[in-house]
Design a protein around this ligand. Structure first.
Ligand SMILES: [Zn+2]
Length: 135
């Protein structure tokens, strides 16, 4: 994963996005210019840690290179998380069980192992036994 996507190490990790000072649009990952009004007057913005699941799917097979990832591939959830008042973020989910995923599910940002690195993901906030690996 590229550096600069999230604050780490951190007790309360945050995604690092950007906000346009001209029109207020928020982007993730951070961009040097605004995708809406093309202003380059953008500032770094630490995004909210909680949101709701906007849409999701389960990646049930190993992606083709160069996205193959670690050798020990396991199915994983992936979705778009709506951060209220900010932006929709595409992210891995900590659960891959369709019975535990639904649109509107409250989720929060966590940092999870990814191969020999870490990456960001979203975990359910409903206490349904999310396999939180960091806390
Ligand atoms: Zn703008």
């Amino acid at each position: 994963m590229a550096d600069g996507l999230f604050t780490w190490p951190a007790d309360q990790p945050r995604l690092i996005g950007s906000r346009c000072r001209t029109c207020g649009v928020v982007t993730f990952p951070a961009q040097g210019s605004c995708p809406r009004c093309t202003s380059v007057d953008v500032e770094e913005r630490l995004l909210g840690r909680t949101g709701t699941l906007y849409t999701w799917t389960v990646q049930g097979f190993r992606p083709k290179p160069p996205y193959a990832g670690p050798e020990d591939f396991e199915p994983y959830g992936v979705g778009y998380v709506e951060l209220p008042g900010e932006v929709r973020v595409e992210a891995r989910l900590t659960v891959a069980d369709p019975d535990r995923l639904r649109i509107g599910l409250p989720v929060e940002l966590v940092i999870v192992p990814y191969g020999d690195k870490v990456t960001y993901a979203f975990a359910p906030r409903d206490g349904s036994g999310a396999d939180r690996r960091t806390r």
